[in-house]
Design a protein around this ligand. Structure first.
Ligand code: CP
Length: 301
């Protein structure tokens, strides 16, 4: 049975089905009339992902179990594996995990017998963020084919960039990257462009935060916005229909001018709203895949 770990494990058809399911959950309330427990194990800070998984679980009628590493037996030296095995033993039906290690799943995937959803793995992958970004683009354009998407920022340290670039390419979009020197990632084989080159022809400008917590030393950012970020001047040169995305949290005044965060072409808060519905779709998908529920159990309410 597959855990929900990487966007690469989903076919294009499965991605489309999840997007359609999320749209259904957005339009109509659905719940599962069966006692099920979802445990949210976040070993790295999170606001959006943790809270939107919690809202998604509660909307579906699941009991959401919270976990705080700083007040848990992690402090007594308990390992990730033993913590996760504990949640399985006490009756969790699904686990949502974020951890700072890129490959935390490798020690769990063969030995944990309930579904695990990746809510962020180090610098490697953030598949539920990717899915909510895809949902936001899909709602906007109804397609991915031939859209020009530029992913801008600290590509090297971004799990969002990795998940999104491959998924968008596979779905037919033209993917470009834009990064300040030192923030490029050679493992991603997409053309690099400057912001000034990208802005006039892109349909989607996807900004990324500088991931200071993953840097060895603090980087100076006072001239970052004018050199590499989305200034008001650059925004004025975007195509009329083009949109701005950002997974957040946002460094206002660094990767984006603070006044643009809520401008008419920004979909940043729409992304957060969509996070709830795509996570409902992901939760029901894995519960069905693992035979914990079948589709007929998901009732309109
Ligand atoms: N986009 C995102 O993952 O935000 P959080 O770190 O707040 O969950």
């Amino acid at each position: 049975m597959n855990h929900f770990i990487s966007i690469n494990q989903l076919s294009n058809e499965q991605i489309t089905r999840l997007l359609e399911k999320a749209k259904t959950y957005k339009a109509t309330n659905y719940a599962i009339p069966k006692q099920l427990f979802a445990a949210n194990l976040f070993f790295e800070p999170s606001t959006r992902t943790k809270m939107s998984f919690t809202v998604a679980e509660r909307k579906l009628g699941l009991e959401a179990l919270d976990f705080y590493p700083e007040s848990s037996s992690i402090q007594k030296g308990e390992s990730l594996y033993d913590t996760v095995k504990t949640f399985e033993s006490i009756g969790a039906d699904v686990l949502v995990i974020r951890h700072q290690a890129d490959d935390w799943i490798s020690e769990l995937e063969q030995s944990i017998n309930i579904p695990i959803i990746n809510a962020g793995a180090g610098k490697a992958e953030h598949p539920s963020q990717c899915m909510l970004d895809l949902l936001t683009i899909y709602e906007e354009y109804g397609r991915f084919e031939n859209l020009n998407v530029v992913i801008v920022g600290d590509i090297k340290h971004s799990r969002v960039a990795k998940s999104n670039a491959h998924a968008l390419k596979r779905l037919g979009a033209n993917v470009f990257l834009s990064a300040a020197p030192g923030y490029e990632d050679e493992s991603l084989e997409y053309p690099y462009v400057s912001m000034d080159e990208a802005i006039p022809f892109c349909d989607v400008v996807m900004l990324l935060r500088i991931q200071h917590e993953r840097h060895d030393e603090k980087h100076e950012t006072s001239s970052y916005l004018t050199q590499f970020g989305l200034t008001k001047e650059r925004e004025s040169k975007m195509q009329k229909h083009a949109i701005i995305l950002h997974p957040a949290p946002i460094n206002r005044g660094v990767e984006i001018d603070g006044d643009l965060v809520e401008c008419s072409r920004s979909r940043i808060f729409k992304q957060m709203e969509n996070g709830v519905y795509i996570r409902m779709a992901i939760l029901t998908y894995v519960l069905e895949e693992w035979g914990i529920i079948d589709e007929s159990l998901i009732k309109e309410c």
